[in-house]
Design a protein around this ligand. Structure first.
Ligand code: ATP
Ligand SMILES: Cc1cn([C@H]2C[C@H](O)[C@@H](COP(=O)(O)O)O2)c(=O)[nH]c1=O
Length: 189
């Protein structure tokens, strides 16, 4: 099983991953970007804005993804792998580029490896505004609410276009209710 937890910044991914970690003791927990030694360097470069070129920045994320899929996801394909983000974020956040082009590049980077289960925590505009106001915003969060809501729409479109088995969950539900809905989805209910 290759399970991915998706959502824009502040959607509640880390909160739910911490709960999953208590229940899935045998699973491999990983993340993008930065789930491998090379990926950790690529993450620093990408998130610190070291590349001047938007295209170079997009390829940093793709390089991270290619290494992560081969070294973590495929090498552990007999186990349960649970990842914080995936190609779904990769395709969506690269919003300067056409969606179909990003799908093509990401399928190349992942050798067509798709998540078996995608959980998308979906934020309303008001809840996103509230959560961003509660924290110090990084460079991506400073791009604003409309930017992030557009990324969220691209995430949903990507999941549907790729036909990935998925569950969209209202991120403003209580932490316990979201945890329950994730559990039901993973148990095939
Ligand atoms: N269901 C929820 N209801 C209300 N607040 C929540 C809920 N889930 C998480 N939060 C709060 O929202 C904030 C963001 O949560 P969290 O760090 O889990 O999100 P994230 O998706 O991992 O964010 P990022 O991508 O920015 O790292 C935290 O302050 C967290 O306590
Ligand atoms: C995978 C991926 C991520 N991003 C963005 C999304 C976030 O703002 C950061 C990652 O930080 P987090 O700790 O996981 O929230 O990077 C992106 O722009 N492109 C991508 O492919």
């Amino acid at each position: 099983m290759y399970i991915v937890i998706e959502g824009i910044d502040t959607a509640g991914k880390s909160t739910q991953l911490a709960l999953l970690q208590e229940k899935y003791k045998e699973a491999i927990f990983t993340k993008e970007p930065g789930g491998t030694p090379i990926g950790s360097k690529l993450r620093t470069m990408a998130l610190n804005g070291e590349a001047n070129s938007n295209i170079a920045e997009m390829f940093l994320f793709l390089a991270d993804r290619a290494e992560h899929i081969e070294e973590v996801v495929v090498k552990n394909k007999e186990k349960v792998v649970i990842s914080d983000r995936s190609m779904i974020s990769g395709i969506a956040y690269a919003s300067l580029f056409e969606l179909d082009k990003m799908i093509e590049l990401n399928l190349l980077a992942t050798n067509n490896t798709l998540p078996t289960h995608a959980i998308l925590l979906e934020l309303s505009p008001s809840e996103l505004k509230h959560r961003l106001s509660q924290k110090q915003n990084d460079a991506i969060e400073l791009r604003g609410i409309n930017y992030l809501l557009n990324i969220q729409n691209r995430m949903k479109e990507t999941i549907k276009k790729l036909g990935i088995n998925h569950k969209f969950i209202d991120a403003s539900l209580s932490i316990e209710e979201i945890e329950k809905q994730i559990e039901e989805f993973l148990n095939g209910k």
